[in-house]
Every structure is written in structure tokens, then in C-alpha cells.
Design a protein. Structure first.
Length: 510
């Protein structure tokens, strides 16, 4: 099913997925994939090798573990080419001939940080792109893409808005798919009936949010963390802002934010450089003319403190955050590696070991930096039994304090380096992964060698460098804390043990 059809059948589902997420960052993005983590997978699975046409001797299905090498998997070498269109759009291109198709991704500085005083304007504009063009309604657009075997996608986040196309590269499929795509991105009609339908779906989603303590905690956290900054309000808007948004406002936002000078065009697939240049020029010319929008300003540091949302549930949601770094910061590799040891690497991290494994306080606890155009958040999130909320918070803060004071051990550092090197090939495993990486590199003005540079930086880091970076950007007593759950009498934490007396109760509630 195309994203176009999926949106038609229910933007509500998309909103609910965002509502149940941690914070709605550009998590990345897209929700942007970070280097060393797998990018968001496309529905279609891609092979990275051409089909074998000649018989080969059959190899044993099973191999001894002793034969496996401890070397990381080979990763695709990317020859990233870049140029600018006549209208000012930045283009990044990787030729990939393995499959007779191409992936096209447009990234605009048109996320909710550009909403101004109309929360939800960016999301509604993006959602309405494929609702109508001259002579075609949303159903006809969906049939047009599906009849060509093409896939249209779109999404809106805090920093960016994304529009994508996947199509066969043969001219008889590529050209009509691209023509329809250019109509959708360049000449949307924003039909009034579609706008009302999507507004109703968003408003229904807001009602569901009231039943989701995790989402309520996330909304409060971003408001407390960012104050009056554009990142403070939710990307999906508010129950107060959505009903008043008009078609004229959507058209005005589209003309400004979807201009060619505000776009990054990422292209991967079965195309020559000449074909890629022609395709990018055609896409760029289809967009409104205009410059890049102003960049997002830096936020002011928030006041540390604890905020509670009373919610009738058995568990409490705990979220701790402070401002992190912008994307492209020179300390990112050190912070990424340091966080993998603290709480970003799943099982085996300090937070997971102490909070889940030794005490059985939670199903999972995670931490992470989410760098964006301006300083994105560093966040820690978990759920625990309501009567242990205060003790769990104190434990987490003490663990962060100890980690900043001690730094990682040499063994932790080397283990995390191996894990990052082992997972890094997944970030370029498919054309869809690569086009996401190109969009991120172009949008955040990163060097074309960024992926290789990142891996080199990670592998060269020392314990002292990681400790220094973590202490430079984090303070154990500077967290903005939000909890959501019932007000109950608090009990002391169980002592740590190799076998907790009571394990977490299954999957955490949403």
C-alpha cells in the first residue's frame, strides 16, 4: 500500500503512532537515522547483489561458530556526488545499478519549528500535498502512483518536512511517475473537504492522547525544556490551533517552505549522472521559487525541576531531559559513544544493568541525544511501579552522576566500539537507507564524507575524551523531570541483586 493510500485511509493512525512515541523529535528523522544505527526500512526489501544466473557448488547450510570472524561486516562504499540546481536546491546523488529503480527524497526546512504562532501548520500542509491536484483527487493520485508501480511518501517533523518517491527507472515508468510527483509537490490544490477530514482525524487523535500518560509526559517535557522556543510545541499542533487553520494559510506556507531554495534533493538508484541531473532539474523547476527559510535559533537553558501529571495507572512514566547539541557538533561522536555505554545501547548499558537487571524496576530504560538544527534534547525515559517512582528517579540521577564522575571503563569503551562498527553497515544496507542518509547530510550541511568520518572518530576515541565530552554537555543536577502516574505512598527500592525478586510486568503500558 502506498503512503498516499495509507494517509487517505487514516492519518489518525499516523498521529497515534506519533502520539505513543517518546518525544516526536526528528528521529530522526526519516526521523533521521543516526550513524551507527539502522535507517528506517522501506516496505520493499532490497537485494544488494544481482541474481546468480549460473549454478555454483552448494555450500553447507550451517557453519561452525569458530569460523566466524570478529571483523565488522563490509559496508557499501558511497560515491556521493553533489551539485546545486538553477533554482537553488542542493542535490546529493549516489549511482546504484543493482536494481532497476530509484529513490528520490526531498527534505525541506518546513517542520513544526517553522509553524510560527500556528501550531500544526507544517504538518497539515505536508499531509495535504497528495490530497488533490488539478484534475485529480486523492484517490486518483493514489491510483496513478500504484498503476506505475511507484510509491509516494510524506512526513513532517520538528526540523523538516519530507516527500519521497520510489519508482522503476525505466523511462516509460520513471517519466510519468515523476510528472505526477512534481504536480503533487509543486501544485497541490488543498481541497477544503480533505482539509476538514484530516482536521477531524487530528482532533480525534488529541482525544486519544488524553488516555496516554507517556504522550502527556512528552508534551509537558518539551514545553518545560524549550519554553518559548519553536521546538516547544507539538508537531501535530493543538486542539485549539488545528480547527482555525485555513486553505489560504496552507497555500502561503507551501509557497514559502516548499520553495526550491529551501529544499535538499537526495537521489539514489539506477541512473547515470546525466539522468540524475535532468531529474533533479525537473523536480527543482516544479517547486515554487524562493530562498531558504531562516534557521532555527538556539534555545535558552531551562530551569531544572520536577513536574508531575496525575494519571490513574499502575505505573509511572519517568522522563528526564536537558539540552544537548545541534547536529554537526564536533563532540557528537564522543557523546554518541558515551551514551551507548550509559543507556543507548540496550542490554548491557549501565542504566539497563542497574535499573532493570539488578533491581527489576522496569521493562526497559533508555537514554539518547537527539541533535537537531538547534540544540536537541538529551533524554532518559522509563516506566516503573508507581510506588517506586521517587526511588527510581533518585537512582537514575545517581547513576548519571557516577558515570560523569568516573567515565566509562576501557572494557566498556571497546565493547561499544565493536557494536557500533558491527551495526554501522546497516545504515547503508539498502537504497532507502542511503537516500535517508543523503537527505540528512544535505539538510544539516554535513560533509559528504560524514559517514566515514564518524566511524573513524568513534574508533579513535579514548576514555578521557568520552568522559570530557559527557561532562562538557551534561550535568547530573540540571535535568527537567516529568512524571506521569498516580499519587501513591512511596516505598524504598529493593536492594540490588543478581536475581531480582520481582521482574518487570511484561511490556510497558502505553
Amino acid at each position: 500500500m502506498s503512503d498516499c493510500k495509507a494517509l487517505r485511509n487514516g492519518l489518525l493512525g499516523l498521529l497515534l503512532a506519533a502520539s505513543f512515541g517518546l518525544a516526536g523529535c526528528d528521529e530522526g528523522s526519516t526521523a533521521l537515522p543516526q550513524p551507527g544505527q539502522p535507517a528506517e526500512q522501506d516496505v520493499a526489501r532490497e537485494a544488494t547483489q544481482p541474481a546468480v544466473t549460473t549454478a555454483a557448488p552448494e555450500k553447507p547450510r550451517l557453519e561452525s561458530l569458530s569460523e566466524l570472524s570478529d571483523q565488522p561486516l563490509a559496508r557499501r562504499k558511497l560515491d556521493i556526488q553533489s551539485w546545486q540546481t538553477a533554482e537553488g536546491a542542493k542535490v546529493l546523488f549516489v549511482e546504484a545499478r543493482e536494481l532497476p529503480m530509484f529513490d528520490l527524497r526531498l527534505t525541506f526546512s518546513a517542520g513544526s519549528s517553522q509553524d510560527g504562532d500556528i501550531p500544526g501548520l507544517a504538518l497539515l500542509t505536508n499531509a495535504m500535498l497528495n490530497e488533490g491536484v488539478a484534475g485529480k483527487d486523492v484517490s486518483a493520485i493514489a491510483r496513478g502512483f500504484e498503476g506505475l508501480g511507484a510509491d509516494f511518501g510524506n512526513g513532517s517533523y520538528r526540523d523538516m518536512a519530507v516527500v519521497s518517491l520510489r519508482s522503476l527507472s525505466a523511462p516509460d515508468k520513471r517519466e510519468p511517475a515523476l510528472a505526477l510527483f512534481n504536480q503533487v509537490i509543486g501544485q497541490p490544490t488543498f481541497p477544503e473537504d480533505s482539509l476538514q477530514r484530516i482536521k477531524n482525524q487530528l482532533l480525534a487523535g488529541f482525544e486519544f492522547q488524553k488516555q496516554n500518560p507517556g504522550k502527556l509526559a512528552s508534551l509537558e517535557l518539551f514545553e518545560q525544556l524549550y519554553g518559548d522556543h519553536p521546538y516547544a510545541h507539538p508537531s501535530e499542533g493543538t486542539p485549539e490551533s488545528i480547527p482555525a487553520i485555513s486553505v489560504e494559510q496552507l497555500r502561503d506556507f507551501h509557497a514559502r517552505a516548499y520553495a526550491a531554495g529551501n529544499a535538499v534533493i537526495a537521489l539514489v538508484g539506477d541512473l547515470s549522472r546525466e539522468e540524475a541531473e535532468a531529474l533533479a532539474a525537473e523536480v527543482s523547476a516544479a517547486l515554487p521559487e524562493g530562498p531558504a527559510l531562516p534557521t532555527t535559533p538556539s534555545p535558552q537553558p531551562p530551569a531544572a525541576g520536577k513536574h508531575h501529571i496525575d494519571f490513574p495507572s499502575n505505573q509511572s512514566h519517568l522522563m528526564l531531559a536537558q539540552l544537548g547539541i545541534p547536529r554537526g557538533h564536533p563532540d557528537y561522536a564522543a557523546l554518541y559513544l558515551g551514551n551507548q555505554i550509559l543507556g543507548g545501547g540496550g542490554f548491557g548499558t549501565r542504566l539497563m544493568e542497574e535499573v532493570r537487571e539488578k533491581r527489576g524496576l522496569t521493562y526497559g530504560i533508555y537514554s539518547g541525544f537527539s541533535p537537531m538544527r538547534a540544540e536537541g534534547p538529551f533524554m532518559i525515559s522509563m516506566q516503573t511501579r508507581a510506588e517506586l517512582t521517587d526511588g527510581a528517579l533518585e537512582l537514575v540521577q545517581q547513576l548519571v552522576r557516577d558515570y560523569l564522575a568516573e567515565g566509562p571503563t576501557e572494557a566498556e569503551l571497546e565493547r561499544s566500539k565493536r557494536e557500533i562498527a558491527g551495526s554501522f553497515p546497516l545504515s547503508t544496507a539498502s537504497n532507502a537507507d542511503i537516500v535517508g542518509q543523503l537527505g540528512s547530510i544535505g539538510f544539516y550541511d554535513l560533509p559528504l564524507t560524514y559517514l566515514e568520518d564518524f566511524m573513524g572518530e568513534v574508533q579513535a576515541l579514548t576514555v578521557e575524551q568520552v568522559k570530557a565530552a559527557m561532562n562538557k554537555h551534561l550535568q547530573a543536577d540540571a535535568f527537567v523531570i516529568v512524571t506521569a502516574g498516580p499519587n501513591v505512598e512511596q516505598q524504598p527500592l529493593p536492594p540490588p541483586t543478581d536475581k531480582p525478586a520481582e521482574q518487570p510486568s511484561g511490556v510497558p503500558e502505553h
